[in-house]
Write a protein that binds this ligand. Sequence first.
Ligand SMILES: Nc1ncnc2c1ncn2[C@@H]1O[C@H](COP(=O)(O)OP(=O)(O)O)[C@@H](O)[C@H]1O
Ligand SMILES: [Mg+2]
Length: 247
Amino acid sequence: MSLIKFENVVKKFNGVAVLDGLSFDVEKGEVLALVGPSGTGKSVTLKHLVRLLTPTSGKITVDGIDVSSCSSKELTHIRSRIGYLFQGGALLAWMSVAENVALPLRECTNLKDSEIDEKVAAALASVELSAAAEKLPSEISGGMQKRAGLARAIVRESDIVLYDEPTSGLDPVTSVTINRLIKKLNKELGITSIVVTHDLQGALNIADRILLIKEGKAIECSKPEEFVNSQNPAVKEFLAAMKGEIV
Ligand SMILES: Nc1ncnc2c1ncn2[C@@H]1O[C@H](COP(=O)(O)OP(=O)(O)O)[C@@H](O)[C@H]1O
Ligand SMILES: [Mg+2]
């Protein structure tokens, strides 16, 4: 059974279908890169997994549980399993890195301070940010801010992490670091990952499979080497557009 499954999901806003019969699945332990033109429904797709949005029709399951119709208790459990690195990152400016990372534990658990400190330290170590624990977000670089967001996304020991454009706005060297960390968290902690990205090279490097979404539908979902050699006209068009951007 796939860990995550979208079955024929339609999502309409004001009568307009943004997701238009989207189907795909993600296996446990897999890194799936989600690519496609802007405005094609990638962020909307991620939001459905934690019921920030509900589908107009179709079904989304996490570990066999229907996310849009499950009880609030089941939803709380699903949300606790899913770390979410939102587009933009969003750290609170007046709190230290460590305090930002501790937030999900303070809000959603009854752990003692000493236990929280331990988990925060472990999460910061995983993203190689221990030295910046006491700094304010404004005192660290953009790449470090992303890593702090990453630590916050995994601090509840989530086994699924959703990354929405984790490398956008970063320089190429920092992007490589973030991609390496995503892969490391996947390998070392077994974190199943969906990575929405415009960074095709990064996707090719870290993903087990690449899913191209266009006009709310899954166009192709294949291994990196198959994806770059695909004869599907929509994939070829997408790859040509990406190369145009890189050159
Ligand atoms: N809450 C919302 N209400 C109305 N329209 C929305 C909402 N969220 C997203 N959309 C629209 O859905 C489309 C896809 O958005 P999004 O998933 O953010 O695209 P992207 O693939 O760039 O992440 C866009 O046209 C956006 O304006
Ligand atoms: Mg988006």
